[in-house]
Structure formats: C-alpha cells, structure tokens
Write a protein that binds this ligand. Structure first.
Ligand SMILES: [Zn+2]
Length: 305
C-alpha cells in the first residue's frame, strides 16, 4: 500500500510499504480521509515529537477485524484516532475507534478529532456557559474551541487572528466579535468590552509569545488561561502580573470524544466548515507547504489516501 513516510524536516515521501495486519484486539481501516493537524505541521517544520502524533485524524471503513474485537464489524464506517493514518490502511486498537453515525458526512467525520481536543480543553478548564471568553487564533484549534463554547451555551466569545481568511471564518462560525491583533491592542480592547475587568477565560490556540501574552493580559483577576497551542520557542512571561492577578494557567493536550460526539448529536454545529482543501495522498507535501505559508489562507486540509 501507499504511505507517506517522514524522512526529516520538510521531507515526506510516498512509499510502497507492506499492508498492516490486525493483531488480536485490533481493527484494520481503509482510510477515507486524514486531516493535517497543527501538531503534524509542527513536526513537518521542526522535527518529530518523541511520541509522534503524525497523521492521527482519520476516518474510513473497517476492512478487517482482529481476534477478540467486539462491537465492530467489517464494513462499519468509523473514526480512527491513531498516528500513521497518511496511508491507504491503518491498523489500530479498537479503543481508538468510534463508530461514525450513519447520517454523518465523511467530511464532518474527518474533523471530529480536533473538536474532541476542544471538548477536553473546555471541560478541563471548567468553562461555564456564563463565562466571557477570548480565543487567540482562528485556526483549527481556535475555531473548534469556538464551536465547543457555543455548544455549551457561551454567549460572549471574542476571537483574534492576523489572517483575514481566518477572521472571516470565525465570523461565519458565530464569534461574537473578531479582532485583528495587527491593528488593535487586544488586552486594551478586551478591557473596553468588559467594563475594565477582562474576560473570565482566554484560550491560547496558536503557540507563540504574542498570543500567550494577549491571553495573560486579557483575563480578569483570578481568570484562567487555557493553553492549547503547540510552542516551538520558549517564551518569557510577565510573572509579576501572573502572580498579582492570581491567574490560573492550564495546558491541555488530550481529547474527549464522548463530549464532542454528544455536541454533534444534540447541537447544530458544523465543524466541517473549517475544511478548506482536500488533496490526494500523492500531494501531501503540497498540503503541508500550503499550511506553512505566512498568509494562513488554508485552515484545515484533508488528505484522501
Ligand atoms: Zn489533531
């Protein structure tokens, strides 16, 4: 089968590899789509993580079942969350497979995983429907947070991005107000919008110094900053402000599939709106290069093996 193999920074090659076989407890899936995750992009540009998440946002159809697997059968359409999915087939333990509801489109199924990350962050952050929120960054992470917050009934959600495409998308997906950090001082604007108080919670969804600073400076006294961005560089933080304002900062890096699936079942949320392009496996490098561009015209690219 064809699989994208990581050979180093900015060096992905499509190679012929043996088709994997499911061991006991495992399921073999023919991959329909695998979304390019921000963490994959980070690895493409900067090197592999020790526990690699390379290509883990997959969906497809079950073609084979290992011994002892229960609750799934050949032909089932599923979501499959495990690295190695930039390939025609993926073999993974059944615990990492979720049945795709029949009425769910493949495009929606392909972006459930990032929504699961937002679900985890929102729950871990203890966000309440009455909270006011700032999200810095309207990429896939920020936009999924936006959808999740709307799903739990949050009314005031401000979101920032330097890219016009992404700001427009945030508007389309229901942000209360969209701000451009290149033309506006975000903390000052947030103070103005909250009678000088600051937001209850800020979600960092980029992974750079400027957005983290905007979050820290925009939350109220005893507010929370939830950090989801993948940072390449170490960043200096104004610790005196952090201490005197008694800020809580929480890092999150897990998923909550059951909460995300419940939102999809009960709310009219459309995570597939973040998809801006679908490319065949052969063109995976082009997908990564497009996502690397400074203009950030692309949001979520799916690979179709
Ligand atoms: Zn992901």
């Amino acid at each position: 089968m064809k699989s994208a193999i990581y050979h180093g920074i900015r060096d992905l090659r499509i190679e012929e590899v043996p088709e994997p076989m499911p061991k006991p407890g495992q399921i073999k899936v023919k991959v329909k789509y695998c979304g390019i995750c921000g963490s994959d992009l980070h690895e493409y540009l900067h090197g592999l993580f020790p526990q690699s998440p390379f290509g883990h946002e997959a969906c497809g159809q079950i073609v084979e079942i290992g011994q002892g697997v229960s609750g799934f059968q050949k032909g089932d359409q599923v979501l499959a969350f495990q690295k190695g999915a930039y390939a025609e087939y993926l073999v993974l333990p059944q615990e990492r497979v979720i049945k795709k509801p029949e009425n769910m489109s493949w495009e929606r199924a392909a972006v459930v995983e990032p929504l699961c990350g937002a679900a985890y962050a929102i729950e871990r952050g203890g966000i309440q429907s009455g909270d006011t929120i700032l999200i810095t960054g309207a990429g896939p992470v920020g936009l999924m947070a936006l959808l999740g917050l709307k799903a739990i009934g949050v009314k005031k959600i401000y979101i920032t991005d330097i890219s016009e495409t992404r700001r427009k998308k945030a508007e389309e997906m229901g942000a209360t107000l969209v701000l451009n950090p290149l033309t506006e001082k975000i903390p000052a604007k947030i103070k103005e919008l909250s009678a000088g108080k600051g937001v209850d919670v800020a979600i960092e969804a980029v992974g750079i110094e400027a957005t983290l600073k905007d979050c820290l400076a925009s939350v109220r006294y005893q507010g929370k900053v939830i950090v989801q961005g993948i940072f390449t560089d170490r960043v200096p933080v104004h610790m005196l402000g952090f201490v005197t304002r008694e800020t809580t900062m929480i890092g999150t890096n897990s998923i909550n599939p059951s909460l995300a699936m419940s939102w999809i079942e009960t709310q009219e949320i459309r995570p597939e709106l973040i998809i801006t392009k679908i490319l065949p496996l052969d063109q995976i490098s082009e997908g990564f290069e497009l996502l690397s561009q400074k203009t950030k015209e692309q949001i979520k690219i799916l690979i179709a093996p």
